[in-house]
Design a binder for this molecule. Sequence first.
Ligand code: ARG
Length: 462
Amino acid sequence: KEAKLWGGRFEESVTDIVEKFTESISFDKELYKHDIMGSKAHASMLAAQGLMSASDRDSIVKGLDEIQKKIEAGEFVWRTDREDVHMNIEAALIDMIGEPAKKLHTARSRNDQVLTDFRLWCRDAIDRILASVKHLQVALLTLALKNEGLIVPGYTHLQRAQPVLLSHLLLAFVEQLDRDAGRLLDCRTRMNFSPLGACALAGTGLPIDRFMTSDSLGFTAPMRNSIDAVSDRDFVLEFLSANAIIGIHLSRLGEEWVLWASEEFGFITPSDSVSTGSSIMPQKKNPDPMELVRGKSARVVGDLVTLLTLCKGLPLAYNRDLQEDKEPVFDSVKTIVGMLEVSAEFAQNITFNKQRIEKALPAGYLDATTLADYLVKKGVPFRTSHDVAGRSVALCVAKGCQLQGLSLDEFRSISPVIDDDVYGYLGVENAIKNFSSYGSTGSAPVSDQLEYWVARLEIGTK
Ligand code: ARG
């Protein structure tokens, strides 16, 4: 058996069971690129500070580049007995270039090393997720533009409420995603500080330059407190919280599409290319991708809960428990990117069934609130007008007609204030025309929103 890099004080080697249980190479090899990036920056700093010669630095950098190439070509052998990504790469470098490689771990611990890698990895992951968020926003905006002017029933309690423009509804999701992106950016900003040089927990007496490594790795500054630097996992908690919220938003979008694709709603038809069938029922065409988006949101919430539970009650500073922080993050990122991508794909492959929607619109008295507003415009206090509109609806229910179907005499029997002009307020088209407040579903405010998003997302002209 090969001696461990930390083996000096040990007389026995670890058992196979312990070795297998404690390894992390099976998953943390994901960090290889950032580990190499961090090591190159660290070696350059050590050389600049006179802690290693320029020629040692050069062989280290060259060796690490070589190792990266091997990893990317699938030729690198990851060894469980070398425990984790850090020791796999360091030991391979020693095998490759010998003595100079033994200087690389000067003024560094795996505790600050792993966090350097992990912060760099998460930073890149956030950038990837942000691109996918934008991609979905563009898909939703495109759908909104394509269907501008289409009126759909709006719901509260899943009961018919008021008519809304489809574009308005789609832009509601675009807004949610915008805050999601904002949360990721906030988290990125707070995350982007360098733990490198914090060493095990206490820093070092060697003359290192933490500002230099921080700069060269694109961090804002070194972290102020070495104990905090190796203990902190709130950067991942924040990241996974942001992902969990995205997951919840997408699950709501998923539920909307699933519902709308049902025979009962029938508002959308997903194309065959984003649907799947049943192994027994020949007629079935299911919106599985969006059901899975709804389902996979459970994973990203679970990933966050895993991390929260992992960190609860841990004493300062590093504890081996923290090795368990990687897999939930990798899972969360992979899952959220998949969810965002498939949601965009779905949005690009649905059509709105205009006839079906039109047929659905008259039901549910979507214009009842507009009738109440009409009376307010005539000077009736809202509580009274609410009652008048409510009694008008009751009469419609008894007669089996819509509000437009009541005669002026019938209206006047409920309130003498009602005039002929009331018919200019009834029906969903009139109701939509009546909306004018900022952010409302009226044609003009929605057109303003569309214009705003076209400019924000830079998708050309409306
Ligand atoms: N594989 C470890 C982790 O992911 C690296 C740090 C280990 N440090 C230690 N002192 N055992 O957390």
